[in-house]
Design a protein around this ligand. Structure first.
Ligand code: SAM
Length: 261
């Protein structure tokens, strides 16, 4: 049986948050009060602000609450096909598989990968356990769905769920399970990761090896055909003997196949 993150001794970040609401939307008020209760800024030490505004929910610096921050914007995803971002010849879709229909992303983050797969025509369910990240994703989805032309142009089949497959969430089986755990920190000092990943790091911390091993085990139970793991090129192979490996510039995708009977 898989262990839950707490049994594995993981330390979940619970950073205090400053929650700022400048929006009339009921959904924003409900989400803001949930976050304020979960991540109270009792001693005023919050460094991150979650800003609920008319244009959406943003992560901002608590010290500069009036400065624009980061929000999830699915409408701005590069939608070039051919040899572009949505080409199925990219390493990620190659790893997911040409004959795969349904994909479950169990470490969704801001859903950049999950949504891109959905725009490529896969049927995607994405799961994220950080309530702050999930709040930004849900707001991004609300705005994307408001743009009916965009949603129907791609015939999107995308479902987002809050939760954790290691703590009671039991999704429907699917062809491929995609795992993109937090990368282990680099030993040497190096360039900072791209903006969204820096935000995720500040909210949830780094890879916890025992936990990612449990996630892999669970992913293998849920997948009917394959598990795909994204790894930084500097990190060790995730598990023994992937069936295929697809290399990108900074990351690689390892494919583990389920045995066929
Ligand atoms: C590296 S990020 C994923 C980035 C994502 N692929 C994207 O394109 O935005 C890893 C995410 O997995 C989430 N996570 C880690 N373990 C999880 C679990 N057991 N269940 C759900 N989410 C998990 C973290 O909160 C974090 O947001």
């Amino acid at each position: 049986m898989s262990k839950t993150p707490n049994e594995l001794g993981s330390v979940h970040h619970n950073p205090p948050l400053e929650v700022i609401v400048h929006s009339e939307l009921d959904a924003h008020h409900a989400a803001a009060s949930e976050l304020s209760n979960r991540f109270p800024n009792n001693d005023g030490s919050a460094t991150i602000a979650v800003y609920f505004g008319h244009d959406g929910v943003e992560l901002r610096k608590a010290s500069k609450p009036n400065q624009r921050g980061y929000k999830v914007d699915f409408l701005s995803i590069d939608s070039r096909t051919g040899a572009g971002n949505l080409s199925r010849k990219q390493p990620l879709p190659k790893a997911i598989g040409q004959s795969t229909t349904s994909v479950l992303d169990v470490t969704a983050g801001f859903c950049a990968d999950a949504f891109r797969l959905s725009m490529m025509g896969y049927q995607v369910t994405a799961i994220e356990r950080s309530p702050v990240i999930a709040t930004l994703v849900e707001d991004g989805l609300r705005r994307a769905k408001e743009n009916e032309a965009f949603w129907s142009a791609f015939g999107l089949n995308f479902t987002f769920m809050r939760g954790d497959i290691l703590s009671g969430l039991t999704p429907e089986p699917c062809d491929a399970v995609y795992l993109d755990p937090m990368f282990p920190p680099k030993r040497k000092k190096s360039a900072l990761p791209p903006g969204p990943i820096q935000h995720i790091q500040s909210l949830v911390g780094f890879d916890i090896p025992n936990e990612t091993a449990a996630l892999f085990e669970k992913a293998f139970e849920v997948a009917t055909k394959r598990v795909v793991v994204k790894r930084p090129t500097y990190a060790q192979q995730y598990h023994q003997k992937p069936a295929h490996v697809y290399e990108g510039k900074l990351v690689r995708y390892e494919v583990y196949l389920k045995p066929t009977h």
